[in-house]
Design a protein around this ligand. Structure first.
Ligand code: ARG
Length: 244
């Protein structure tokens, strides 16, 4: 009798574990939540935005539970490589150099590097950036391009775009090079700034996944293509970037 009870108990525990373990499989996303409308912290302290919502619907499709970790942008790739996170979704541009470190999913959005200046600035085009102080978010493509083209001594790195924009307002830098949608948000939130018409670079955004996790990459891409096809991705983007 005792043996039977023990057996039943053991079976019950196994079933519970299977059910529990199965439903709680996590998808850990890393991001840098100071990049509206892709990711930002809302009034309730929750990380929201295009990337957060895309990750949410993908996790749902994969039967996984999404967890979002906020970290510095320039530590996202190492976090993917060390598997501290499963995926980085951070308005991250696909570049050949980053491809050496991680795999990228199919792309889900386009970004454009633009130049923010004070309204009275004499900077009119990319060429005018020579010998100016340029503010960037550390480790971003804006940082990489400007450092290559205008020299490290002319580029000031900030931990996020908002800090770079604050430095521009205080005339600590002459301009900020950053992605267009966050740029629009920063300009809207601050008086006296404008975005130059010149586009500095056009880029593709994608999710970064460990080179050792092809299974997730495939599942992620499959879910993404279904969500593109049924209009879900478009709707998420439209919710945060209303047509002009
Ligand atoms: N697209 C740029 C890059 O990949 C900037 C991304 C910054 N993202 C962020 N969540 N702060 O380098």
């Amino acid at each position: 009798m005792k043996k039977l009870l023990a057996l039943i108990l053991a079976v019950l525990m196994m079933v519970a574990c299977f059910a529990g373990c199965g439903s709680s499989e996590k998808l850990v996303m890393g991001t840098n939540a100071s990049f509206p409308p892709y990711e930002f912290v809302d009034d309730n302290g929750k990380i929201v935005g295009i990337d957060a919502e895309i990750a949410e619907v993908i996790a749902e499709k994969l039967g996984m539970e999404l967890e979002i970790k906020d970290m510095e942008f320039d530590s996202l790739l190492t976090a993917v490589q060390s598997k501290t996170i499963d995926v980085a979704l951070a308005g991250m541009t696909v570049t050949d150099e980053r491809k050496l470190a991680v795999n990228f999913s199919d792309t889900y959005a386009t970004g454009v590097q633009v130049i923010i200046v004070n309204e009275a600035s004499d900077i009119k085009t990319v060429d005018d950036l020579k010998n100016k102080k340029i503010g960037v978010q550390a480790g971003t493509t804006g940082d990489i391009y400007c450092t290559d083209e205008f020299g490290q001594e002319n580029v000031k790195q900030y931990q996020n775009g908002a800090l770079a924009v604050a430095a521009l307002k205080n005339n600590q830098v002459d301009c900020v090079v950053i992605d267009n949608e966050p740029a629009k948000n920063y300009v809207k939130a601050n008086q006296g700034l404008k975005i130059l018409e010149t586009e500095y670079a056009v880029e593709d955004y994608a999710a970064a996944i460990s080179k050792e996790n092809n299974e997730l990459l495939e599942k992620f891409n499959k879910a993404l293509s279904e969500l593109k096809a049924d209009g879900t991705i478009d709707n998420i983007i439209k919710k945060y970037i209303p047509a002009e």
